[in-house]
Design a binder for this molecule. Structure first.
Ligand SMILES: *Cc1c(COP(=O)(O)O)cnc(C)c1O
Length: 361
């Protein structure tokens, strides 16, 4: 069977060269006579894989030396608790900007452990924009300010970061990591579940400024303490070895095949522009997000008619464009066009949408 164009929000498409390389190395990884899935996480071969993955991530993302990189488990969702337990440690206060479900879940989790509040929200317009903030809106004694950088469900992204002054900024970058360059030094901590843009499910990447590690609340479980993973170079216990290996292959693909994050951004912008330009010109399909906050990665759109939406989802699936149904809380459609979605996939989708519009006038 031919491969489909998979517009899933996550897990999502991986670059074909990565899948081919993994397939070729499945039975015998570099002469070890075993697959990466079978080898000890303490073996020399795996030690090289995890060290290479970290070195590549540092190089590709230009991560400063005073930041630790950790490969942990539990998905983006476990970070909602980890961030609060580890960072809400001076005044037990944290300020959240609520731009969708993921930020809201993070806030609710933090409220279990301290005085966490929403200082701004875009719930009034179904999260179709990024609320404007200024420094005066944050509590001076907040331990951190939290944002969800790219809102996977609603299709918004921060093109400009909030000014938090000296308060560390924490960001969930699950659905935009390695999609474009990002100035890591502007953040106290970044995290990303890898299954959107970097690997398969199983590994979560945490990038944390060193001075923020080591002051977790007393109640913090050992496995949820960043210090545990930072001190052990992510080998305190068995890490998600195979997902780390795939992340390494993806990073090699970005570095060697694509040419780095500046180039990746160019490709992503070109891809997204094609779809947004069509949505702006179409009489049937409409994007749901205000133009200035549109995500490069997740593009929600509607026809305004639930039956027509359903017909579109059904017919597009049959034509080989899968997982275009919108999130269950939003309805309509959503095309997730992460790094691995080829330009040609968006081009063909737009052709299909044009034809659908003509046929259903
Ligand atoms: C998918 C997603 C999550 C949740 O990730 P899990 O790994 O499923 O826990 C959190 N934040 C964002 C922005 C996401 O896109």
């Amino acid at each position: 069977m031919a491969r489909v164009y998979n517009f899933s929000a996550g897990p999502s498409m991986l670059p074909e060269p990565v899948l081919k390389k993994a397939a070729a190395e499945m039975l015998d990884y570099e002469g070890t006579g075993q697959s990466v899935m079978e080898m000890s996480h303490r073996s020399k071969a795996f030690d090289k894989i995890i060290k290479d993955a970290e070195a590549l991530l540092r190089e590709v993302m230009n991560i400063p030396d005073n930041y630790k990189v950790m490969f942990v488990q539990g998905g983006g969702s476990t970070q909602f608790a980890m961030v609060a337990l580890n960072l809400m440690n001076k005044n037990n206060k944290a300020d959240y900007i609520v731009t969708g479900q993921w930020a809201k879940k993070a806030l609710q989790e933090a409220q279990r452990y301290g005085d966490a509040v929403a200082v701004a929200s875009s719930a009034d317009k179904t999260f179709t924009y990024i609320p404007k903030t200024d420094k005066s809106m944050f509590r001076e004694d907040a331990d951190y300010v939290y944002i969800c950088m790219n809102n996977t469900i609603y299709g918004t992204v921060y093109h400009e970061l909030p000014d938090t002054g000296d308060i560390p900024l924490v960001a969930d970058i699950s659905s935009c990591i390695v999609s474009e360059p990002i100035d890591v030094s502007k953040f106290g901590l970044l995290f990303a579940g890898a299954q959107k843009n970097m690997s398969g499910a199983g590994v979560t990447i945490v990038i944390a400024r060193e001075d923020l590690i080591g002051n977790a609340m007393d109640i913090t479980p050992t496995m949820l303490n960043y210090k545990t993973h930072a001190d052990a170079d992510s080998l305190y216990n068995t890490p998600p070895c195979y997902a780390i290996y795939i992340a390494k292959l993806v990073l090699e693909w970005i570095k060697n095949d694509i040419g780095g994050l500046d180039k990746m951004k160019e490709l992503n912008e070109k891809k997204a522009k094609l779809l947004y330009d069509f949505l702006d010109s179409s009489e049937m399909f409409n994007g749901t997000v205000v133009p200035e906050d549109r995500s490069l990665m997740n593009v929600p759109f509607v026809t305004g008619d639930a039956e027509l939406d359903a017909k579109f989802v059904k017919e597009s699936t049959e034509a080989g464009f899968v997982n275009l149904k919108g999130h269950r809380t939003v309805g309509g459609m959503r095309a997730s066009i992460y790094n691995a979605m080829p330009y040609e996939g968006v081009e063909k989708l737009v052709e299909f949408m044009k034809k659908f519009e003509a046929d259903n006038k």
